[in-house]
Write a protein that binds this ligand. Structure first.
Ligand code: GLY
Length: 320
């Protein structure tokens, strides 16, 4: 009997050790945390941190944060200044998700500077989750958003040169010529998580194309019991595996954020035969404030802001 009890105890210790190992990424902070994709996430994190460090809600932090990137005309992949489609129109996709699991989204939205804020209005002021195209634009005007020309002279020039050199139907290489989405996940002082994701999508895309960024579960997913995740890169590949939801589900199984992202990248490789031609990055933050990222091939960076380490850029681990 004694031997049997000792065996059970040993088995329990062993299994908790294994779970412990899979969650072994060190918690960096007891306070709030915000993470966002790419180096341009640094500025967005600064704005989000203003909200978080004064006790604000993670939802307000992520909206405030990604609005900075949306308003930056020098960013060629998000908001104003974003690379247009092959007809020369800038079309934006965005979504937002809060700690209750509520969410809102807009896709193929034109002439509106802050799609993430329209997505929040959809979430808070309608019974729907997703509005697209003209309907989303009309909804935005009805809710006080102004009409803005999103095609900057620089982006227009880029589009004309591209068309002249390549013609219609050609896409630039993701991660090399086309930098992509901002996704942001925040954990506030109360321990609540929220996320936001916003992009102008693939440069010179076929008009009407929508990627993963506004699709809840693909470009972004938040489960306040577990953690949140977002994606950047070739949206078609992310949609195929419901990427961000998959990362959160791997975290639910006990995996640390970076391992969860790695497992999602491995699933993506298995489901996308063209994986050598694309880039994908997943970024995750769990309920404990641990975070990590994993990408398909080198070049993906993310920004993380914690009390202990401030705001910094971190190179993602990579598969290829
Ligand atoms: N990840 C952004 C897009 O594919 O549109």
């Amino acid at each position: 009997m004694h031997t049997f009890k000792a065996f059970l105890l040993f088995a329990c210790v062993l299994s908790s050790f294994q779970v412990g190992c899979s969650m072994s990424q060190k918690r960096e902070s007891d306070g709030p945390v915000v993470v966002s994709t790419w180096k341009f996430g640094l500025k967005a994190n600064e704005a989000a941190w203003q909200v978080l460090s004064s006790g604000g809600r993670a939802l307000d932090a992520v909206e405030t944060g990604v609005r900075v990137t949306e308003a930056d005309p020098n960013n060629g992949s998000v908001g104003i200044g974003g690379t247009p489609d092959e007809d020369g129109n800038v079309t934006l996709d965005a979504c937002i998700m809060d700690e209750t699991g509520d969410c809102g989204s807009v896709a193929f939205l034109q002439n509106i500077l802050h799609p993430v804020s329209v997505a929040r209005k959809v979430m808070e002021e309608t019974r729907h989750i997703m509005l697209v195209g003209k309907g989303a634009e009309e909804f935005a005007y009805e809710h006080g958003f102004d009409k803005t020309n999103l095609l900057t002279p620089r982006a227009e020039e880029r589009w004309k040169r591209w068309l002249e050199k390549n013609g219609r139907g050609q896409l630039p290489a993701i991660n090399i010529e086309n930098h992509d989405t901002i996704g942001m996940i925040a954990l506030d002082e109360k321990g609540n998580l929220s996320g936001a994701c916003t992009t102008s999508g693939a440069g010179f895309k076929i008009p009407g194309r929508v990627g993963d960024s506004p699709i809840i579960g693909a470009g972004l997913y938040v489960d306040n019991e577990v953690g949140g995740a977002c994606a950047t890169g070739w949206g078609e590949a992310v949609i195929r595996i419901c990427g961000s939801h998959l990362v959160v589900e791997y975290m639910r199984q006990g995996h640390a954020p970076r391992k969860a992202c790695r497992l999602a990248v491995e699933r993506l490789i298995a489901r996308n035969p063209d994986y050598r031609e694309i880039q994908i990055g997943f970024l995750a933050l769990n309920k404990k404030g641990e975070f990590g990222a994993y990408c398909l091939r080198s070049g993906f960076q993310y920004a993380a802001y914690t009390t202990e380490h401030g705001n910094r850029v971190i190179d993602s681990k990579t598969k290829l």
